[in-house]
Design a protein around this ligand. Sequence first.
Ligand code: ATP
Ligand code: ZN
Length: 294
Amino acid sequence: MSKKDLWKNDTKLTIAIQKSGRLSEKSLQLLAEAGIGLSNGFRKLVSCSPDFPLEALYLRDDDIPQYVSDGVADVGIVGENVVAEKARGVETVEKLGFARCRLSLAVPRSVEYNGPAWFAGKRIATSYPRILQNYLREQNLTAEIHEISGSVEISPGIGLADSIFDIVSSGSTLISNGLKEAEVVMHSEAVLIARPGLEPLKRDILEKLLFRMRAVMHSYKNKYILLNAPNEKIGEISRILPGIKSPTVMPLAEPGWSSLHSVVNENEFWEVIDRLKANGAQGILVIPIEKMIV
Ligand code: ATP
Ligand code: ZN
C-alpha cells in the first residue's frame, strides 16, 4: 500500500507557520519529529509534506490568527500572546511547550514601584494594546497606551513613555535598558490553533496530527530508566517509579537481584534518582525516548 492510499482522498490540512522568527525552527522540528517533513519556509510561501496530508503556509506570526479564522489556513502554530492580542475567534487545540515567555509591565529602575496603581495616568508603550487594555480595565485603571510595533524597551529612555508593557523571557533586555519588571500580566507559550467547525475529513487529519505531536511532546518530557535492585526493595522502588502502568521487573543472573525498567518525568527526575539510590538501586541508566504513546 502506498503512502497516498493511507489517506482516503486528496484532502489536505493547511497549517500556518511563522516564516522566520523564534517559532519557526521549533515548529518545523516538532512536525519533523512527528514524521512530517516540510521544507524550510525561508524562501517559500507554501510547501507540501511528502509524508502526511499537510500543506504549510509561511507567514508573519501576527497574521496567523486571522488567516486561520478566515479559513485560508485550517490550523496554525503561534504564541498565546498573539492569539490573545488578535482575538480572532480561533480554537486553541494544544499547548506546545516552547517559546515560553511572559508579558509584563516594566518601569524605570529608579522608580519606587508600589503596585498597579502606579500606572494610573501614565504613558505605557506596547505592541499589545488589547491585552494591556483588558488588564487596566480589570484593575480599574486608566492610562495612556502608546502602540508601537518594535523596540518598545527603548521608549522610556528616549522620553516617549513612562513605562512599557512587553515580552520578557530572561529579563536581560529590561536590565540593559534601565528597566525593572513590575507586574506579570500573562504567561505565554506556542500553541496549535484551529478554525472552529473544521469539516470532518480535516478534523480527522487534525486528530492524527495531534496524536503524533503529543507522542513527540511526551517523549521530550520523559526518560526511560533502567536499574538493578535487590529483590526485597522491588516493592519500594515500584512505588517511587510507577511508570506508565507499573515498572517491568526482570530477574538478573545474580540470585536475589532484579532489573527494573520504567519511565520518569523530567520535572521530578533528580528527586526520583536520589530516592532510588537511597532505596538500594544500583547501575542506574537513563535513556532518551524517541516517541511515547500513552
Ligand atoms: P514576525 O516577523 O513573524 O512578526 P516577531 O518579531 O513578531 O516575528 P518573534 O520575535 O519571532 O516575533 O517572536 C515570536 C513569538 O515568540 C512571540 O510572539 C512570543 O510568543 C515568542 N517570544 C518572543 N520573544 C520571546 C523570548 N524572548 N523568549 C521566548 N519566546 C519569545
Ligand atoms: Zn510578529
